[in-house]
Design a protein around this ligand. Structure first.
Ligand code: IMP
Ligand code: MG
Length: 180
């Protein structure tokens, strides 16, 4: 375990098994549809590469860069889009993927933006969900794991850009972000 991690919350085996079952669920729900998976970089890249390979349907993938965090551990409340989708989403069934839903601000803002492209449907999927932290009542349509209100890293999740490559999801020692 990494020295800056207080405890492992989800092992790589648990994450992998859950992604397989999410993929199977999405495969059933979207049978016969035209999915475009929109991945929020950078954090959701790790989750999305596994999730898309667990979906047994023809699909397309696109990426967006959005951020609301700066280098802190809670949202700035403003979502900044740095790279927009290049796929045509009109009439498509769009699945928006993020690593974690926390305040809900990111999913709310990006969903509003994507709806301007007139998709046939728009659903959201997050690997982790810190439901206690929600400020807008929004829920993701698919959630991998409900987790407690602790700052986590690994499997794509970062603190100030670090720790994304940890193969598990762990709670970051608070001394790491309180000293900053
Ligand atoms: P929201 O807009 O507050 O729902 O936050 C979503 C974004 O916040 C995610 O894309 C993550 O980048 C970031 N985030 C929220 N909680 C955590 C955490 O515990 N660890 C790392 N990133 C987090
Ligand atoms: Mg993120």
């Amino acid at each position: 375990m990494h020295n800056d991690v207080a405890k492992v919350l989800l092992t790589k085996e648990e994450i992998s098994a859950r992604i397989q079952s999410l993929g199977a669920e999405i495969t059933r729900d979207y049978a016969g549809k035209n999915i475009v998976v929109v991945v929020l970089l950078k954090g959701a890249a790790w989750f999305a590469t596994d999730l898309t390979r667990a979906i047994d349907l023809p699909l397309r993938v696109d990426f967006m860069v959005a951020s609301s965090y700066g280098n802190g551990t809670s949202t700035s409340g403003k979502v900044q889009v740095k790279l927009e989708c290049s796929e045509n989403l009109e009439g498509k069934d769009v699945l928006l993927v993020d690593d974690i839903i926390d305040s809900g601000v990111t999913f709310a803002a990006i969903s509003d933006l994507l709806k301007q492209s007139k998709p046939a449907s728009l659903k959201t999927v997050a690997l982790c969900d810190k439901a206690e932290r929600r400020i807008n009542g929004l829920d993701a349509d698919y959630v991998g794991f409900k987790i407690p209100d602790e700052f986590v890293v690994g499997f794509g999740l970062d603190y100030a850009g670090d720790y994304r490559n940890l193969p598990y999801i762990g709670v970051l020692k608070p001394k790491i972000y309180t000293k900053a």
